[in-house]
Design a protein around this ligand. Structure first.
Ligand SMILES: Nc1ncnc2c1ncn2[C@@H]1O[C@H](COP(=O)(O)OP(=O)(O)O)[C@@H](O)[C@H]1O
Ligand SMILES: [Mg+2]
Length: 279
């Protein structure tokens, strides 16, 4: 069983002179091999932090993330991250960007080419293999990033709001490509998004994270056949349920951030000083 599992994960970011600021608290979440899980929660609730820990880029303050029961203690080719920003090398052709992670994979030149060509056609980019990233649209660049992340043959793909910067139509197209890639390669997916519809269109299961510091509030199984129909009454019911839960957390996060601003000076913890600082 190749399961990615957050086990009692808490992360405190260092703060000057203090014990640290909690970003996530006691998160337990298991993602089974080949499963597609969406993480949703208000901005700043710790979603990126959870992915960074799974990627091995950050270590938890307590708890651990395991893959196949083995604790993750650094980055590895079994897990790759796709960000909102694509981070492609603008001076390298599309095919070289995709092949970048294969430099040390011990493949022959022709095997490398075969793998890169296969990935580029899987994401609909066979025709632009010799172009440079600045010559592509935003959606195409993000597909190059997806192909590059898949090139090393990861077991787990960690996607951090990968389509957030794209327009609505491109986003719909990207969701289709992502589902096609997932169905073809069987990669385990952890997908962070702000959008309820996106989570419901893609995932087997949606995990809702609370307003920061993030705790896992609930997991909702999306037991609907794909491709999913947003007009399906079952889809609409899940959307209403998830939207109201997410809205509650977004408001909690907003109240937290605005509390000091909304309080009259004499009731504020720091009195008039707080107002002077804010304004
Ligand atoms: N490298 C860091 N150093 C200090 N604080 C951080 C760092 N990264 C994130 N944070 C803080 O941790 C909290 C969670 O951030 P993040 O994981 O980026 O949330 P999300 O992805 O859900 O928006 C936020 O309060 C953020 O300011
Ligand atoms: Mg984030």
């Amino acid at each position: 069983m190749r399961t990615l599992r957050w086990e009692g994960v808490s992360k405190y970011w260092p703060a000057p002179g203090g014990e640290g600021v909690p970003a996530v608290l006691d998160v337990d979440l298991a993602v089974n091999a080949g499963e597609f899980v969406a993480l949703i929660g208000p901005s700043g609730c710790g979603k990126t932090t959870l992915l960074e820990i799974a990627a091995g880029l950050e270590s938890p303050t307590s708890g651990c993330v395991t893959l196949d029961g083995k604790a993750i203690d650094g980055p590895g080719p079994d897990r790759t991250l796709v960000f909102q920003e694509h981070h492609l090398f603008p001076w390298l052709r599309v095919r070289s960007n995709v092949a970048f992670g294969l430099r040390f994979a011990g493949l022959s030149r022709s095997d490398r080419k075969k793998r890169v060509d296969g990935l580029l056609s899987a994401v609909g980019l066979a025709g632009v293999a010799d172009k440079l990233p600045p010559q592509l649209s935003g959606g195409m660049r993000q597909r190059v990033a997806l192909a590059r992340a898949l090139a090393v043959g990861p077991e787990v793909l960690l996607l951090d709001e990968p389509f957030a910067a794209l327009d609505f139509q491109t986003r719909i197209l990207m969701q289709r490509y992502l589902l096609a890639v997932w169905q073809r390669f069987g990669t385990t997916m952890v997908f962070v998004t702000h959008q309820v519809d996106e989570a419901l269109l893609l995932a087997d299961r949606v995990a809702l994270v609370s307003a920061g510091p993030g705790r896992l509030l609930e997991e909702i199984a999306i037991d609907l056949p794909r491709p999913r129909d947003p007009a399906d009454p079952r889809f609409l019911k899940l959307r209403a349920q998830l939207t109201s839960h997410l809205e509650r957390e977004v408001m909690a996060a907003a109240d937290e951030g605005m509390g000091e601003l909304l309080l009259p000076a004499e009731e504020s913890e720091h009195g008039i000083e707080a107002h002077e600082r804010v304004f």
